[in-house]
Design a protein around this ligand. Sequence first.
Ligand code: 5GP
Length: 203
Amino acid sequence: MTGSNDTVTIAPQVSGEERLQTESRARGVARILVSERRIQDEIAAMAAELDAEYGDDQPLMVGVLTGAVAFMADLMKAMTIPLQIDFMAISSYGAATKSSGVVRILKDLNEEIEGRRLIVVEDIVDSGLTLQYLLEMLKARQPKDIRVVALLKKDKPDAFDVQVDRVGFHIPDEFVIGYGLDYAGQYRNLPYVAVLDPSVYTS
Ligand code: 5GP
């Protein structure tokens, strides 16, 4: 018999350190940089700000695949106003071609954006090249306005001076994983942002 007699199991609270030692998904994680609790608290604050900013304007949240998936999912659920979502996939060609600004669209938006209020949701701003390209392309389609929210921004003096309206966490210039961000396709399902053990790159 199922239904009203079902019990709900509440997971015990496990510390970050314990997780690193016991979870196979955390194998290779050197240290947690931004904990799950801090991420969720910051998202709640961001969501309240966005609710107040947009009210009944029905903004379109534009997520940048694949890294922004975790952040976008939690942010939109924390917001209480009506909204729509859409996704773009973009690939930047790495350090050798950064200065030439070569960025490729892998998946375009499904929605028309002319006259709409856009919230661009980014996982991490590193050099800023990807975001700069994306914003130029979106602006050419004449949305009413664009706000950029990024979960993470690296402290990098030589980064492009690109529009980022709200940053969750400013982090050191290190390669990070988790909460949507990958290394070789792995680690996206970590609920926190972490630094990878260098042995993972070298082995
Ligand atoms: P940018 O164009 O700002 O240099 O780089 C932006 C993109 O590069 C991000 O959306 C992300 O996909 C990737 N990226 C930049 N820094 C990191 C990092 O530390 N870790 C991971 N996993 N991806 C990163």
